[in-house]
Design a protein around this ligand. Structure first.
Ligand SMILES: NC(=O)c1ccc[n+]([C@@H]2O[C@H](COP(=O)([O-])OP(=O)(O)OC[C@H]3O[C@@H](n4cnc5c(N)ncnc54)[C@H](OP(=O)(O)O)[C@@H]3O)[C@@H](O)[C@H]2O)c1
Length: 315
């Protein structure tokens, strides 16, 4: 049995596949809380309605935020959240990809409309290109044939170029905005940074051509924490509506994207991995006993790819 996992947090384990989502009795409290979203492991048991998988299958998944996490020996997942692990990856390597892969897929494909058939003449700009989502997004853009410009710090330039980025702009150079404005306009921008970036970066898009700005940094959770579920969702809806209309008047689309669990999209990602178009980018691997150290490392920032937890000693 393999129990490898990823942080960000992301654990891993053997899987029990059930027809129904895991039910957790909380009694008003969310604790004990298991962190972790990614898992790569071996199926232990399947529910009666699960026919596509069987015990012993090597699978990977990213578990939805409303379920307990994956930093544990066993994980319960729904059949439609799970996919067969890429054959060419170890469990530790595989555990680094589902969450960031599905988040980038949601932003670039589901929200941004990019795919393997329409990217050959498209220019893509990625802010925050050296982190988990960014390193995946560069490779996805290149796998689909786009021209990719990566914004990251100078010390990550070798990494992003190795992943295929055509151009790199250093956000610490002091003239990032000026440099980006000298480049031809873009068809798609993925914003992993948020904040002041979105005040000026949408101007880097082509106007009236379907170009799209997608941000992964949204006020959704902050609003729900501050105002409660109903008012928080209402406030979030008003904010995104106002921003979308404001940018539409300028001839561009403005959208937010969210991680979406999906076995079928993981199948597509597994094909890209097995065909050598996408590679895992692992910053550091920690043992299960070092989980607190792994979280401290993440707290410090400056990720270069993903932080992985190995729940067992097996590779
Ligand atoms: N909406 C969703 O469902 C969803 C899902 C996943 C992630 N997210 C969000 O997406 C963002 C990216 O996630 P991630 O997992 O990729 O984060 P990450 O692994 O921590 O990576 C962030 C990267 O950005 C770099 N960076 C920091 N400031 C920058 C700047 N001003 N310009 C360019 N690069 C900068 C960091 O390196 P240096 O500091 O060394 O430059 C780091 O490599 C996070 O804000 C996360 O919360 C949202």
């Amino acid at each position: 049995m393999y129990n490898d996992a990823i942080l960000d947090g992301y654990g891993a384990a053997a899987l029990r596949l059930k027809r129904d989502p895991l039910r957790i009795k909380t009694s008003g409290s969310e604790f004990p809380l298991t962190l972790g979203r990614d898992v790569s492991g071996v199926v232990m048991e399947c529910g009666l309605d699960v026919s596509y998988f069987k015990p012993g299958d090597e699978v990977w998944a990213a578990i939805p935020p409303w379920k307990q996490g994956t930093l544990s020996e066993f994980v319960v997942a729904s059949g439609n959240e799970v996919s067969r692990k890429p054959r060419c990856l170890s469990h530790i390597q595989a555990a680094s990809l589902p969450y960031v892969g599905l988040t980038a897929w949601s932003a670039m494909n589901q929200i941004g409309g990019l795919n393997k058939d329409n990217c050959s003449s498209k220019r893509v700009l990625i802010f925050g290109a050296s982190g988990g989502v960014g390193t995946f997004a560069i490779q996805l853009g290149k796998a689909w044939g786009a021209h990719v410009t990566a914004v990251c710090s100078e010390d990550a330039s070798e990494l992003v170029k190795r992943l295929g980025a055509d151009e790199m702009v250093d956000y610490k150079s002091g003239n990032m905005e000026k440099q980006l404005k000298t480049l031809p306009l873009f068809d798609f921008i993925l914003d992993n940074i948020g904040g002041s970036t979105e005040k000026w970066a949408p101007d880097l898009l082509k106007k009236w051509s379907g170009a799209t700005y997608v941000s992964l940094v949204t006020p959704f959770l902050v609003n729900v924490d501050r105002l409660g579920v109903a008012d928080g969702m209402l406030q979030t809806g008003v904010t995104i509506g106002a921003k979308a209309v404001k940018h539409l008047c300028k001839g561009i689309h403005y959208r937010w994207a969210f991680f979406t669990p999906s076995g079928p999209y993981l199948d597509e990602i597994a094909d890209l991995v097995d065909s050598g178009k996408i590679h895992p980018v692992i910053d550091q691997v920690f043992s299960f006993s070092d989980v607190p150290k792994a979280f401290w490392k993440m707290e410090e920032g400056h990720a270069r790819g993903k932080t992985v937890i190995s729940v067992t000693n097996k590779k």
